[in-house]
Write a protein of this length. Structure first.
Length: 478
């Protein structure tokens, strides 16, 4: 039975931009360091210190907007969002309120084969806060290494209608940002997190219900679970003729419940006003053009290109898990002079190369280089080694600088395409298998596989199947 209520969800995603330095000062954004070692008068909020916008952060932010299809505001304003909290040394956070740097976009998601567009209201730039650390010698302390780290906040329209759609949207945004290189996609480390706004309404009702904001969710699984338990709570309230209070709640994954953090009554009045220390942000034609021209392929575009190259769906879903994978495939094709079929390289990367690969944020490492793989697969294409031998050679290349052709020569691995030797082998096979010969002559072309297999066995896998086929046809006058 369909539920009497409809769920409405809007997400606010915070994504960290991967700059080396902070948004308004030169301090390093490198984390996991000793507390309060990456700080200066600007990010400490000392009187008289002046913020200066990090140009690289702005470029990353613009790239994110282009990737998510938002319209750029050529002029935007930084505002002060005032509130008191120990991890906020200035007493305000620099953010964007009335005039963000971009607005109006959409992201396509797919849930159970059904496609749908989710509106993106706006994205604005802002700085992260520091971190309160509890239990420091029985006290609480503040680590300001993170204060001033550049973030973008991506605000969606209340367009999602299920927790599965919310998780799909979160995943899609994460993948897009990762592929264009503006976020490391690391949910565990908090560089990509979201607040989920959730309400329900009787089916058919036009007005939205009262929403609850679920704070700081940092996993795709949790976003789905947190919304599910919150929706169940709201249904119980409405079914009991009670009301949903507008409030901010946290998600307790251990006990599968949400709990109140603060109600609307104690909501902050942020007293936003333009930051007088920062001039309006101007995005020039040139900057916009450069970012548009250099915008990397989005995950869906990569998937479409691979599908066009007849790469199987499973390999596509593997290769679109990290931008480093498709970069490797493309570099291997390019290293071989662009002659190799995309499909062959893609398959080899999925079955062999990725076994020894690893990713860390935006980076990826491999046990071989694209030129090694390009040359190796070129040898296969040219019939110099068999596919089976390619795997053996691959194992010899891993974690070395050696090139495949040299390894093949050194190990004497070249395929037997010496037709004299093959001819002798094939003559023997023809004599031993008269019924298969008859069948083949009678048009059972499948039997070609039998002879190729036998020839491979006789040569311990070093025969070139194409040479075997050609030679057999000649011998049998097919
Ligand atoms: P605020 O200014 O209080 O942050 P916004 O209007 O900016 O509120 O909305 C914040 C987020 O909440 C947006 O992602 C929006 O889509 C979502 N949202 C707004 N109203 C509802 C609602 N009734 N149910 C679910 N989500 C909502
Ligand atoms: Zn600083
Ligand atoms: Mg908001």
């Amino acid at each position: 039975m369909a539920s009497a209520y409809e769920t409405v969800i809007g997400l606010e995603i915070h994504a960290q931009l991967p700059t080396k330095s902070k948004l308004f000062c030169g301090c390093s954004t490198h984390f996991g360091q000793e507390s309060n070692t990456h700080i200066c008068p600007v990010c400490l909020g000392l009187p008289g210190a002046l913020p200066v916008l990090n140009a690289q952060a702005l470029r990353f932010a613009v790239r994110a907007a282009l990737a998510l299809g938002l319209e750029i505001n050529r002029k935007s304003i930084f505002d002060r969002k005032n509130y008191f909290y120990p991890d906020l040394p200035k007493g305000y956070q620099i953010s964007q309120m009335d005039l963000p740097y971009c607005e109006r976009g959409e992201v396509e998601i797919e849930v159970k084969g059904k496609k749908k567009k989710v509106g993106v209201t706006r994205i604005h730039m802002e700085e992260d806060a520091g971190k309160n650390v509890h239990g420091v010698g029985g006290d609480s302390a503040v680590d300001l290494n993170r204060a001033g780290t550049p973030l973008i906040e991506i605000v969606s329209e209340p367009d999602m209608r299920s927790s599965a759609e919310a998780a799909a949207y979160m995943r899609q945004v994460r993948d897009i940002l990762l592929f264009v290189g503006v976020n490391d996609g690391n949910l565990e480390e908090g560089s990509f997190r979201c607040d989920a706004n959730v309400s329900i309404r009787p089916r058919g009702q036009k007005e939205f219900g009262t929403r609850v904001e679920l704070k700081n969710i940092n996993s795709f699984r949790f976003v789905q679970k947190a919304i599910d338990v919150e929706v169940a709570r709201q249904k119980r309230l409405l079914d009991a003729a009670d009301t949903v209070r507008q409030e901010t709640r946290g998600y307790d994954s251990e006990n599968q419940r949400t709990y109140p953090l603060r109600s609307k009554e104690d909501a902050h009045d942020y007293r936003y006003f333009p930051d007088p220390d920062l001039p309006p942000v101007l995005i020039s034609d040139e900057m916009l053009r450069k970012e548009e021209e250099s915008l990397p392929e989005l995950p869906d575009q990569v998937a479409a290109r691979l599908a066009e190259g007849k790469v199987a769906a499973e390999a596509i879903s593997t290769l679109t898990q990290h931008p480093g994978y498709i970069r490797f495939v493309d570099a291997a094709v390019a290293a071989a002079g662009g002659e190799l079929p995309l499909k062959k390289v893609a398959n080899f990367v999925v079955t062999e190369v990725l076994r020894g690969a690893s990713t860390h944020g935006l980076g990826s490492t491999f046990t071989v280089s694209p030129p090694q793989v390009g040359e190796l697969l070129s040898l296969v294409e040219a019939g110099k080694i068999s596919g089976k031998q390619a795997k053996e050679v691959f194992a010899l290349l891993e974690n070395t600088e050696k090139m495949p052709a040299a390894v093949v020569a050194e190990k004497g691995l070249e395929v037997v395409s010496d037709t004299g030797e093959l001819e002798t082998i094939l003559q023997g096979l023809i004599e031993k298998n008269p019924s298969q010969v008859e069948g083949l002559k009678g048009g059972k072309t499948k039997l070609m596989g039998f002879f190729v297999g036998q020839a491979m066995k006789a040569t311990k896998g070093s025969a070139d199947p194409r040479v075997v086929t050609d030679l057999l046809k000649k011998l049998l006058e097919l």
